[in-house]
Design a protein around this ligand. Sequence first.
Ligand SMILES: [Zn+2]
Ligand SMILES: [Zn+2]
Length: 250
Amino acid sequence: MDWLKLSTIRINSIYNGLFLGLCYICNTKSKTTICKHCHDNFPKNEKHCLHCKRSTHKKNILCGRCQTSPPQYQLCIAPYRFEGIIKTLIHSIKFNQGNHYIRPLTYLLSEHLIQIYSSDSWPDQLIYVPSHPNRIKARGFCQTKAMSDHLLKNLQLKIGDQCPFKANNNPLRKLKHTQAQHSLSRKERLKNQKNSYEINTPIAKHVVLFDDVMTTGSTIESCTKLLLESGAERVDIWVIARTPDKIDQS
Ligand SMILES: [Zn+2]
Ligand SMILES: [Zn+2]
């Protein structure tokens, strides 16, 4: 067999057939990267605010904040809650060199996206929320870059020419090494985020902003504002998981 002539896709499929074919979590035989049994136990974000995807007690409602001052993004996609196995997998990617979990998580997100964008127009540019260079140096990699690279590959393989993203050149830079957001009030968080990011090249009119987890939403909101000020007319948000920090009673 002339291995040099094999395309990357073919090599991928041979590799998967020979060495994978196992669930990434429980290691049992599975046709998908995460078996049905494991996926059934994933915390799905089913009851959420229609706009910001914050956990709510009822389905199909707007949370109190979105009724008064909704964030400026147009669409937010957050298929899981940041708890249980999802939290373990994302923490493992960030802190315990669990990079192999990037593949199944971004695969699941891309399946979700394909379903949603079957009746909407895909964004023209994929932008991710980057870590500060000091953090990348300490951790050895930027997890949102690694995740968005995989997401791009998954979408290119799944939807081919329909995939609008060709390369992953991120125009968004983090300038300030900000302190942890969850210990701050909303006002402090927004102040903390001000001038934390910059855009250094022209951007498309319809962009998507990707982050692994949305916690308070203030990073996403301040980056959305910056994207809109920098030429975007529509910003969509894609995150793997939304932190169910406070259940909105509305
Ligand atoms: Zn499994
Ligand atoms: Zn909301």
